[in-house]
Design a protein. Sequence first.
Length: 159
Amino acid sequence: MKIKPTNTEIAEVNMTPMIDIVFQLITFFMVINNFDQNEADERVALPRDQLAKPPAVQRKDAFVLNFGFDRDKDGKKISELPFLFFGDEKLSLEQVRPRLRQESQFYSAIGTDLEDVTVEIRADANVPSGMIQELIQMCQETGIEFQRFALKATQKSVP
């Protein structure tokens, strides 16, 4: 018995619904992502403390100042002078005033009372406390006038 060959076509899978689902998952995970971690800077090694706890509610009006050292890829300090990091921008303590004024003007321009803005300072454990106090004093100067501050540390695990 002779069998006739049939036209065989390769079945195509409609990938449109799969792509839609993938984009919805990406969107979902972007929305639920904790954006606080985006402001973390690996050049800042936070001090460890048993009392350090994350805030129960995320602050509405806040900006982060990362205060740390230039480090090599192994985490060793390159210089002894600490810097304030704003993304790729690196400023010494003396150079930060114009940037603080800019932040103050931004919050004033959008109608936010400066008393409601929290300045979150993420300072490296090795930054002298006197320099952190000097930074806070700069934030309170006339023309800048921030009033609320929060210092960040990592929580030490208790055995």
